[in-house]
Structures are given as structure tokens and as C-alpha cells.
Design a protein around this ligand. Sequence first.
Ligand SMILES: [Zn+2]
Length: 457
Amino acid sequence: MGFVTKTFQACRWRPRGLIGVANIQNNPATAIHLQLKTLLRRVQDLAGFIVKSVRLTDDAKGKPRIEAVLAADPRFKRRCSCCGEPGRVHDHMKERQWHFVPLWGIPVILRYTPCRVICPTGGATVEAMPWSRGKSPYAVAYMLFLARWARRLSWKETASVFQTSWEAVRRSVEWVVEWGLENRVLTGVTALGIDELHWGRGKKSENFVTLIYQIDAGVRRLLWIGHKRKEATLKEGFAFLENQCDGFLAGLRVICSDMWKPYLKVIAKKAGWALNVLDPFHIAKHLNLAVDTVRRGEQSRLRDKQAKAKVKGARFLLLKRGTRVRGKARAKLKAVLGSLGATSRAWELKESFRKFWQYRSPTWAAAYLQAWTTRALRSRLEPMRKVAKMLRSHEDLLLNYFRAKREYNSGVVEGLNNKARVELARSFGHRSFNILKLVLYHTLGSLPEPPSTHKFC
Ligand SMILES: [Zn+2]
């Protein structure tokens, strides 16, 4: 950047909206000059405005920046920003500046003095400027640009790569998400997944968020996020979606959820016609938790140093699906199971429950469930007995899985949950729920984007 300024100073030539670009033949006689004005008009809709000048200047810190001064095109009437109708000019305001997409690492600033027009519906309002939204000091194209990058990088990285502030990235994402939520289409949603995500530390209600996904074949996206995991939370989510799309709840056929009581209650009450399916992914989570509780209890009772060393690092192996533990890990798992009796029995129960999901007929699945829970209840392993009791009391919902089998894919909720957790980890440090909400909507919501004349990235 220093190089650019220096060269300009050396030849004492200050560009006025011109950047010299040799043509393909590289013949100085026929060299064309690409004007920055042309480039700007190409990437930004400026209908009704003219680019008066484009200059390379220095900012307060002596760093170069490109300034484009815009003016109203006298051939056109000014339009009102709220209704888009042409109106008479009321008065002029102070000059404003907008940050635009940087060019070759040089910040670009748009300058314009807006006026207020008399809106046909009454009152003086700011004129419509296609590059501007509300009071934001960032041009629309720039906000879209930052928001797109914020999906690939963390917000902090985006800000640092494009030499802007974290706040600029936040505002950009916020605008894009708000636009997307207002303009998305919610018709035709038949399958929902309801999931909770642990956020922060501890098991308090504040440390969970409730997520509602659409899990229809071909359309998998996050529809709603709410703080906590209470009955009121889910009710609020349903009300929000119903409000955005009339008949949303009536169109549902399958709702896939966890055994969490507040959720089940609200689903039965607000969308009782949909099959409430308990997802294998959620059941596996409960089983894994039970195995882990047994293991921790047993491991803490070990006194012998050698035995302790033998079972070190067993946790991950035990939680993994048995058939996916191979090679050296398999030998280690065998050793662990050999030395921890109770854990081994719990692990074996967990693994054998997989068979349940493979049945086709609800009747046979029910018979298997009966046999499995009987075995678990006699196992003298308290955590496993707890799971067995829970499964028995939810037998009907569990069997819905076989009734709804053709209508949804059980891996979907797990996949979305994993993605959400990755985003959560990436945005770690943002304690505010509003930021988390923006991050998740932005990355998992498959939201439509505001239209743009040019795709910058
Ligand atoms: Zn108006």
C-alpha cells in the first residue's frame, strides 16, 4: 500500500477516477482506461445517481483510501425511502459516508449528501439510496460481502482480514439474517426436529437453547432458536412459526424430539396430529450417559495403580459405536471391558439396543424393547435401570419411529446438532444469546439473501 502512494507521489500524478489498464494487445496507442466510476456502477446499483468523482486520498492516519463522491442525477426525481414513491425535495441533510467493499486492500468510501423528500403519504423522509439501509454506515454490498465471509471465517477473523471492526461484521450479519428471516418461505414444512443444545457451563435452565429444525428430505435448515428449554420456550417457537406462516402447525406430519418432558407436552398439545418420534440419536445420548456414569463409579473405586493405568482413556472408546472401534483401539477396549465388570455389562446393554432400531414391524420392535428393558432392569446397574424405565414409559413414542420410518431420515437431527455444536465452539466467547442466535441462523438457517447486482465472494 505504501508502494502505491509512493509511486503516485513520484510521478506527481493524482488519479481522478482513473486507473490505467493496458488493453490486451498492450499497445499504448490503443490503451483503454478503465474508470473506477464504470467499475463502481457495474457492481453497485446507482440508478438515479451519478458518480461525480473518484479520488485516492489519505485518511487521518496517512493510509490510502478511495473516495467516491456521489450526486443526485438531476434527470430523475428523488424517491422516498419508506414507500419508494417519487416526492418533492424538502431539505438537504449533512453529508454521509458509507464503507464499500475494499479494492485491492484499499478501503473504499462512498460520500453523498442525502436530502429529505415529501412522502406522498405525509411527512418528510430520507430519500431512497440503493446502496444504503437505514442509518448503517456500511453500504449494502459491503454488508453482504462481510456476512458471506462471516460464514466461512469467525467474525473476529473476518474483521481482521478486511481491516474492519467486529461490530461492522455483527451489524452486517444481523442485517442479512433479519432480511432472510423476513423473506424466507415456510410453506410445505412437514417434518420437524426439536433439539436442545448445551450452552455455557452447568445444568441450569439458562444454559440450554432450544432449536427447531426442518428435517424434510432435501430441505434441512434451522427454523427457530430460543433461550432455555422450558414448555414456554417451545410454545414461543411454535407461535413464532405459526405467525410467520399460517397453517404451519397444521401441515406437520412428523416431529422428532428427545424424551424431554416439556417438549413432549407441548408437541402433544400444539401439534397432536403429527407423529412424535423419539430419535435414535437422542436415545443413544441417554444410553451413553448411563454407560459413562457406571464407568465413572467403577473407575473411582479402583485402588490398584496398575489397574488404573489399564483403564485410562477408556471413556471415548466406550461411547463410540462398538463396530467402529478397530485395530489397536479394539484391543484396548477389550482390556478395559475385561477389567471393569459393571461397565462391561452396561456397555453390552448399550450396544445391544442398536438392534431395536433395525426392526421393520412395530410389533417385533415392541417385543424386543420388552426383552431388553427386562434385562436392563435386572442388571443391578442403577443408571441403566433408569434408562430402561424411561424407555418403557415412552414405549408408544418409541414405536412411532417404525410408523414414521418412511417419512424421515433419522440421521438428520444428529447431523444438524453436530453442525450447531461446531458453530457454537467457533463462536465461543460470545456470551450473549443474541449473538449465538445470529451465528446459528446465519450458518444453519439456509436463509435467502438480499438481492445484489454483483457477487463479490
Ligand atoms: Zn414514503
